[in-house]
Design a protein around this ligand. Structure first.
Ligand code: TEU
Length: 553
């Protein structure tokens, strides 16, 4: 397999609003990020994925962009951004920007023009349709609840918005739209940024049925008819001219789809985020339910992707991001301090020993947990408010208490509470009032308490990253699932040349033993890393959430 820097990289995701405030307005900013670059350097990550820092009215925290070439005033200036890029590069850290081009803000000049009249030259830049019998064109739903169509009184037509109504979808079938997006991309790449994470990029090409004003049910816009044509065009015109990395955010992709988006010979993207695992606990009420994803499902999905893409495309590896609950709360165990620490480290092993590029979401490396917000007013996320209105107020599908339980489990604000830097006021995030409450556990869980502690979760992540940089088998080795039926342990091997890695992860709070484990560890080689400091020799049971990695060569 061809070596590429983006295959060997470890990416650290920053959600700027919640990372570090420098001026006391309660909102994280770019100077704040610059002041923490040494922290990321110390961790060993070599790429930062920066969630949007562009001008935005913040109906969806920056994912509604009103000017692609302007920095959000709350985050600083373009001069601050240029300094961030320079300071990051000086430390050997690359910067990947979020490209949110499926939709713009309704305050973007393009949309303001487009909505001004039916014959405006930019009318066709968005997706306008007549109503059907005095109602929405069809039943297409917004991913953030309610109809995906919004009536614009001025011109009497509806426009499509897959997310909130202030995020109108662009019409990618219009050549001028695509050219404008490409120009923007070039503008940033010429500044020297190192790539893009492309927001909902598999939804840019809408099927006819999704847009038909026929009163039909509305169909999904994922993986639409011309999406690969457009990505290949983008690649030819822009991406291929730079040494960059690209990752597509693509819900509803199968392994077969991913081979098209990220196949080595496809000239589209370097990799995509698959959502199969993230959506494995969804039901007819979407993420709003009490379910937990069992080990069996985690293992099946991960293995399917590891086997499926090996040698033909590249995986991205992640447990969480700014849209998902915290990894340790969702897949690990926060019932005691000890189990939180062990399970956070176990999850890190499980993911970082796989084939693909690992992504760490800010605070994951500290074992930050979901936020136990008491009432609805503490939340900030539009998805939460819309869902509450739909499920409780409008449909009466859940009681208030049920919905609050589901929000505490699945809401996006779990990931968006401020980064916990130290035990001081507001966890060292801001000298002012934070835009969203700090998780009260910041006195126990914070960076200051971990960076110098060799046994901390932070130090453990640093060690995993160091190992990845030292052993090509961790990056490039093939994957082989072992013990496919075990009810407690996720075990797999990686192989490259003579090197064989054995990874054992106990996903339960009980000891896991049995002859299988001893048989596996006998002859598995040296213990490379484990999350129990005194990790014992082969043969013994795996302790609660114990993870061990052996290397034979
Ligand atoms: O998310 C796209 C996406 O598919 C989400 O609907 C995701 O499944 C959901 O947030 C889970 O709750 C991207 C961004 O990551 C997200 O922050 C934005 O709100 C969204 O696009 C619109 O730009």
């Amino acid at each position: 397999m061809e070596r590429q820097w983006w295959k060997e990289a470890v990416v650290y995701q920053i959600y700027p609003r919640s990372f570090q405030d420098s001026d006391g307005d309660g909102i994280g900013d770019i100077p704040g990020i610059i002041s923490r670059l040494d922290y990321i350097k110390e961790l060993g990550a070599d790429v930062i994925w920066l969630s949007p820092v562009y001008a935005s009215p913040d109906k969806d925290n920056g994912y509604d962009i009103s000017d692609y070439r302007e920095i959000h005033k709350d985050f600083g200036t373009m001069a601050d951004f240029d300094r961030l890029l320079e300071e990051a590069h000086r430390r050997g850290i690359k910067i990947v920007m979020d490209l949110v081009a499926n939709h713009t803000s309704d305050q973007h000049p393009w949309f303001i023009e487009s909505r001004s009249s039916r014959d405006n030259p930019k009318r066709d830049w968005y997706l306008w349709r007549d109503g059907h019998n005095g109602a929405e064109p069809n039943g297409l739903r917004s991913i953030f609840s309610g109809s995906g169509w919004q009536l614009d009184e001025t011109t009497g037509q509806y426009y499509l918005h897959l997310f909130v109504k202030e995020q109108p979808d662009l019409n990618w079938d219009n050549t001028a739209v695509r050219e404008s997006v490409y120009e923007t991309m070039e503008w940033w790449l010429d500044k020297g940024i190192d790539g893009f994470r492309m927001d909902v990029i598999n939804m840019i090409s809408k099927p006819d049925a999704a847009l038909a004003a026929d009163g039909g049910p509305g169909v999904s816009c994922a993986n639409g008819p011309r999406v690969h044509e457009y990505l290949q065009e983008m690649n030819r015109k822009v991406l291929s001219r730079y040494d960059i990395m690209t990752v597509g955010e693509t819900s509803k992709v199968t392994v077969e789809d991913a081979k098209k988006y990220a196949g080595f010979n496809r000239e589209e993207l370097n990799m995509v985020f698959q959502f199969e695992l993230m959506e494995a606990d969804y039901n007819e009420h979407y993420k709003w339910n009490p379910h937990r994803i069992p080990l069996k499902t985690i293992r099946e999905i991960m293995s399917k992707w590891q086997y499926g893409l090996d040698g033909v495309a590249w995986n991205s590896l992640y447990w969480n991001n700014h849209d998902q609950p915290r990894a340790v709360s969702r897949f690990g165990d926060t019932s005691t301090e000890l189990l939180r620490e062990k399970s956070a480290k176990m999850l890190a092993v499980c993911l970082h020993m796989m084939q693909g590029t690992p992504y760490i979401y800010q605070g994951e490396e500290l074992g930050m947990t979901n936020a136990p917000m008491e009432s609805l007013e503490h939340y900030r996320d539009v998805e939460i408010f819309n869902a509450y209105r739909e499920k409780v107020t409008e449909q009466g599908a859940f009681t208030h208490d049920e919905m609050m339980e589901y929000i505490r489990k699945s809401g996006r604000d779990n990931a968006r509470t401020p980064m916990q830097w130290d035990g001081g006021p507001n966890a060292g995030f801001t000298a002012g009032t934070p835009w969203i409450t700090v998780n009260p556990n910041y006195r126990e869980i914070n960076a200051a308490g971990q960076t110098d502690d060799p046994n901390s979760i932070f130090s453990f992540y640093r060690e995993l990253i160091r190992l990845r940089k030292s052993y090509p088998v961790i990056v490039y080795g093939s994957y082989e699932l072992v013990l496919p039926e075990d009810t407690a342990v996720y075990a797999y091997r990686r192989r490259r040349g003579d090197a064989v890695l054995l990874v054992l992860c106990n996903f339960t709070g009980q000891p896991a033993d049995g002859p299988d484990i001893s048989a596996l560890t006998a002859g598995a080689g040296e213990l490379l890393i484990g999350n129990y400091g005194d990790s014992s020799d082969s043969g013994e049971a795996l302790r609660p959430y114990e993870a061990r990695v052996y290397l034979a060569s």
